[in-house]
Ligand binder design. Structure first.
Ligand SMILES: *[C@@H]1O[C@H](CO)[C@@H](O)[C@H](O)[C@H]1NC(C)=O
Ligand SMILES: *[C@@H]1O[C@H](CO)[C@@H](O)[C@H](O)[C@H]1NC(C)=O
Ligand SMILES: *[C@@H]1O[C@H](CO)[C@@H](O)[C@H](O)[C@H]1NC(C)=O
Ligand SMILES: *[C@@H]1O[C@H](CO)[C@@H](O)[C@H](O)[C@H]1NC(C)=O
Ligand SMILES: *[C@@H]1O[C@H](CO)[C@@H](O)[C@H](O)[C@H]1NC(C)=O
Ligand SMILES: *[C@@H]1O[C@H](CO)[C@@H](O)[C@H](O)[C@H]1NC(C)=O
Length: 297
């Protein structure tokens, strides 16, 4: 008589333990949702390799490649695009109690940084900036020659640093080291985002950005589009077009938008890979495995 209930418990205990272990296991393997933001002249269709890689290494991850401002629409002013992406990404964040990861490619890297700086309630864990001109662009590329055939890099400032120019996304991050006064006066995106020009929201934007856990900067010397390629690692030209490291940038030294705060916390990882042309960053498996996968937990 006394043995029977004991016997039942004895049989149930291992089952409970198994259920408990299974519960722990499923908790441990649920990855945070990933949001992908494309670059200039791109669309979500370019990211099929990336989707495959993530599905293979992190099965079950909910990945959204935001389908907005595709192709020539990506030339729209960046603040307009930031608004659009905010509307699309906010609900995804609200659905993700443990937060989300961002993978933002090329021009998309600047859109994401602006999104993070202007969203007090974002829950981004890791922000992966995939070959993005974070400190701006100053170089002739095939895109530029096609868009502005009458200009070369040394005189594009004449167009970019005007009100009309600032209506074109590329001009929003055109950073001509020889016309810094005009850049500061006219760049209503990058110079403002960096708080290089007077920004009444500088303190709030900095507080918002540094809420991320990790900033992963990916770039490399064979990029061919981002100029200087080190802009992807927050380095940039000085007055004589020598590339100065992130740590030597005024915005870093003055911690004007939170870069130094993130670095002091050990929150910045730099992943430099040679041999990758600009259009291959999201489709190269080596890049994925070394620079992206380790952060998608
Ligand atoms: C992920 O991989 C599994 C197994 O190979 C496949 O059934 C599924 O359709 C894939 N999902 C996506 C979104 O590619
Ligand atoms: C993936 O995330 C989106 C956006 O939060 C959501 O609408 C969708 O239901 C999710 N899909 C799955 C399979 O969980
Ligand atoms: C600064 O920009 C404003 C508007 O874009 C323009 O009217 C003004 O002339 C510029 N000032 C200088 C010194 O370039
Ligand atoms: C910037 O500050 C102004 C005035 O304080 C405020 O009205 C505006 O909403 C702020 N903008 C952002 C994006 O934080
Ligand atoms: C360019 O600037 C760097 C750093 O300030 C300096 O070391 C170098 O001598 C300069 N080069 C020329 C040619 O002026
Ligand atoms: C990916 O990048 C690596 C590193 O540069 C390179 O060795 C490899 O050939 C690339 N893979 C493809 C398929 O291009």
């Amino acid at each position: 008589m006394r043995g029977r209930p004991q016997g039942n418990w004895g049989a149930l205990a291992p089952l409970c333990l198994l259920l408990f272990l299974f519960f722990l296991l499923t908790l441990g393997t649920s990855y945070k949702p990933v949001v992908v933001v494309h670059g200039l002249f791109d669309s979500p269709s370019e990211f099929s390799h990336l989707l495959l890689f993530i599905n293979q290494s992190h099965p079950g991850t909910n990945v959204t490649v935001v389908d907005l401002f595709d192709h020539s629409q990506s030339l729209k002013p960046l603040w307009v695009q930031v608004e659009g992406f905010r509307c699309a990404i906010s609900p995804i964040m609200q659905n993700a109690a443990d937060g989300v990861h961002l993978i933002c490619y090329s021009q998309g890297g600047l859109i994401c940084r602006a999104l993070l700086s202007t969203m007090p309630d974002h829950n981004v864990d890791t922000f992966i900036s995939l070959s993005a001109p974070q400190m701006g662009q100053y170089g002739d590329t095939q895109y530029l020659r096609w868009l502005f055939p009458k200009y070369v890099k040394s005189n594009l400032y004449r167009f970019c640093y005007t009100r009309l120019g600032q209506d074109v996304s590329i001009c929003n991050y055109w950073n001509d080291p020889h016309h810094r006064d005009l850049y500061l006066n006219s760049s209503n995106f990058l110079a403002l985002l960096n708080s290089e020009r007077v920004n009444p929201n500088a303190t709030a934007w900095k507080r918002n950005l540094v809420r991320i856990q990790k900033l992963v900067l990916v770039g490399g010397p064979d990029d061919g589009v981002i100029t200087p390629w080190q802009s992807s690692l927050f380095a940039f030209y000085n007055l004589n077009e020598t590339v100065m490291d992130m740590e030597q940038q005024l915005v870093y030294l003055q911690d004007s938008f939170g870069l130094k705060t993130l670095d002091a916390r050990g929150a910045i990882a730099r992943c430099q890979v040679a041999g990758v042309p600009h259009t291959a960053w999201h489709s190269n498996r080596t890049v994925y495995e070394t620079c992206l996968a380790p952060w998608l937990s």
